[in-house]
Design a protein around this ligand. Structure first.
Ligand code: TXA
Ligand code: MG
Length: 342
């Protein structure tokens, strides 16, 4: 199969729509990362997404809808606090988990009785969702466990020959995936941190908690995606806390002595230290937004650049950095966290 990359035009949207209604998958841009989209009502299309990504079949998908889509078609109940969050943040990088009406394919939520719904703000994504008129399930358009894609080229690198069409909506500005927020309880609970922060949600509805999976304690995990190794570049990655920059320097020296290709990924303020000792540096930037936007592109760049990537944790914590740190820790983990009892 030839994989075409096309800018978003009335013609390419029509082509994408034809593919979707013939049970195929299309890569689409969003403001966070690119997604691999298929018709949420079509069992075959949903199964194809899992297959083409190599995604574990217990990790549910997010249904993406147009801002004017009638949610009551697919979800059972929307609590008042969720209405407030919708008004405050949608369209935007906030995915909300509701009790499902069981109308979409049963493969979407992998046996959970909930459905995650997202209304992306990217203009191209909205145009595509309006054109198709059905909920589109779309995981990040990367091979399972690889780094998420923030450009059409990243998607092409993972899926050349495996999908027919990538709609090119430019580089994603957000850079890390949407915040996933459980809206089935009395107050919102963040299942995956992202660009809409705990602080932002709390400022609208008063209370917001973060979900901490109790692995191995017999509890069914609420968001199975939290268990898997994710976002990983195909090189060895070593993560150092900002307080241990000296150790990172020592490790850099040790690794280069062993004749390995070594690069360093760090925020802007450390670049001069590493450049002084001759290191190839990948500059994460100097503020929260920059770091989120650049993270995945740089992790992908590192793959072509080195055998070992030394990563220095950003100094700043909280806000968007909670999401950035969550991705960095997973990208630099060496093994899956052991499965709970689910
Ligand atoms: O920004 C994003 O959310 C991107 C773009 C393409 O929209 N999509 C994305 O999808 O990141 P994916 O499949 O890579 O991640 C979906 C996350 C997983 O952690 C999954 O476990 C969680 O959402 N999820 C999906 N449905 C769920 C549900 N019913 N209950 C709890 N968590 C759910
Ligand atoms: Mg993903």
């Amino acid at each position: 199969m030839q994989t075409k990359i096309k800018e978003i035009t009335p013609e390419s949207l029509q082509e994408a729509k034809n593919i979707i209604f013939n049970g195929g998958v299309v890569a689409i841009p969003t403001e966070t990362v690119y997604g691999l989209g298929g018709n949420a009502f079509d069992d075959g299309a949903v199964k194809k997404i899992f297959e083409v990504k190599g995604r574990p079949n217990d990790n549910p998908l997010i249904a993406h809808v147009h801002i004017d889509y009638d949610l009551s078609t697919i979800v059972d109940s929307i609590p008042p606090y969720a209405e407030k969050l919708r008004a405050a943040f949608l369209p935007g990088p906030l995915t909300m988990v509701y009790p499902s009406k069981g109308k979409v394919s049963p493969y979407v939520s992998c046996g959970l009785d909930t459905l995650a719904v997202r209304v992306p703000s990217h203009e191209g994504a909205q145009a595509f969702l309006r054109e198709v008129g059905v909920p589109i399930v779309a995981p990040s358009a990367n091979l399972s466990r690889h780094v998420s894609p923030t450009s059409a080229k990243h998607v092409f690198d993972d899926f050349d020959g495996k999908i027919p069409l990538i709609l090119d909506g430019g580089n994603c500005t957000g850079g890390i995936e949407s915040t996933v927020c459980d809206c089935t309880g009395e107050y919102p609970v963040i299942l995956r941190p992202g660009l809409i922060t705990k602080e932002m949600i709390a400022s609208v509805v008063g209370r917001c908690e973060e979900y901490v999976p109790k692995i191995g304690q017999g509890e069914k995990v609420k968001s199975p995606g939290v268990l898997y190794k994710h976002y990983s570049p195909r090189c060895k990655t070593l993560l150092f806390p900002a307080e241990n920059v000296e150790n990172a320097v020592l490790r850099y020296r040790q690794e280069t002595q062993e004749n390995k290709g070594v690069a360093v990924l760090c925020e802007e303020k450390w670049i001069c230290i590493f450049e002084k000792i001759g290191a190839k540096c990948l500059n994460l930037g100097k503020n929260q937004t920059e770091m989120a936007t650049r993270l995945y592109g740089l992790l992908r760049e590192a793959e072509g650049l080195c055998d070992t990537l030394i990563v220095i944790e950003p100094t700043e914590k909280g806000g968007v950095m909670t999401g950035v740190m969550n991705r960095l820790q997973k990208a630099c983990a060496s093994e899956d966290i052991p499965h709970g009892n689910h």
